[in-house]
Design a protein around this ligand. Structure first.
Ligand code: PLP
Length: 303
């Protein structure tokens, strides 16, 4: 059995961005490069997983079972983590099987993940006792990780990710899908620091409630302010347009940072818009979380 420290990856570097906009607004913007901590595991999904791997191992459970869509960064990370740390993995995929696997699922399978498809109606009931019972009948004993990795241990992992930042800052920004990452981040802040999430799906107002719910799963407490920007979804989850693609190109040329189209591109686009609008006091120091997800770009054209 590997020691617990085997679940530690190298710390993420902070990269300062240099741009006219930032000089004009007197803002310091640093990118926390969680995408660089590991070629396969890098990103926020790792921070959601790590305590779950630990718990599975402590329970003597050798199989991880989790859920996701066909392009899921969480499925990808779970498959990679299983291979790296010696767990069998089962991915329960929403929807029909396709004759040819997309790049995400083909990577997962190559890592040894067993793929099992659930029709959309059953998938919606995936957290019900009945569906979980069926999965146990099919697969026996497993450690269950919810969709997106979202549970109390994931919130804890994201909280620790923020506490590991050894530089002072005023704001921290992240992309929000389910809001679990923002919930964890907000709990890791000092009282005078603030967290800003950028919803990547339409109707992101629901996130407020979700984030409160996930913060309540944790024993951590923080009085920091946090909020979610809901105007930068570009039409909905995984929806893109030429403006967003143009922004991704600009970002790569200007800062040598690749963004993913689903999450981090929308966050940075929104953050630059807020800076232009003068939302931040001059002299503010902002950290933006590059939460990874670059694997998704490979399959993006056929979304
Ligand atoms: C999953 C994911 C997010 C969103 O995380 P939530 O906790 O669901 O809000 C952000 N960025 C990337 C790259 C992701 O894969």
């Amino acid at each position: 059995m590997l020691p617990d420290s085997s679940f530690a990856l190298k710390p993420a570097p902070l990269q300062q961005l240099h741009a006219e906009l930032l000089i004009a607004a007197d803002i310091e913007l640093l990118v926390r490069r969680e995408d660089l901590i590991d070629a396969e595991l890098g990103g926020n999904k790792w921070h959601k997983l790590k305590h779950n791997l630990h718990a599975a191992r402590q329970q003597g459970c050798h199989t991880l079972l989790t859920f996701g869509g066909a392009y899921s960064n969480h499925i990808y990370a779970t498959a990679a983590a299983g291979k790296r740390f010696g767990f069998d993995t089962i991915g329960i995929i929403r929807g029909e099987a396709h004759a040819k696997l997309n790049p995400t699922l083909s990577f997962a399978r190559d890592c040894g993940m067993q793929l099992h498809y659930l029709d959309r109606d059953t998938y919606r009931e995936k957290n019900s006792a009945a569906v979980i019972q069926q999965l146990h009948e099919l697969f026996g004993d497993f450690y269950l990780i919810p969709e997106g990795g979202n549970n109390a241990l994931a919130v804890q992992g994201c909280c620790e990710m923020v506490r590991a930042i050894d530089q002072p800052f005023d704001f921290i920004c992240c992309a929000c899908g389910t809001g679990a990452t923002l919930a964890g981040i907000s709990l890791g802040l000092k009282p005078e620091q603030q967290a800003i999430g950028f919803a990547v799906l339409k109707g992101g107002e629901f996130l407020h409630h979700e984030i409160l719910r996930m913060r309540a799963l944790s024993t951590e407490k923080s009085r920091s302010l946090w909020g979610v920007e809901t105007d930068y979804h570009f039409g909905g989850y995984a929806k893109i347009n030429s403006e967003l693609i143009g922004f991704m190109d600009f970002f790569k040329n200007e800062f040598s940072i690749e963004l993913d189209a689903v999450y981090t591109a929308k966050m940075f686009y929104g953050l630059f818009a807020l800076i232009k609008q003068g939302r931040f006091k001059p002299g503010s120091r902002i950290i933006a979380l590059h939460s990874g997800g670059l694997q998704g770009n490979a399959g993006f054209k056929d979304h």
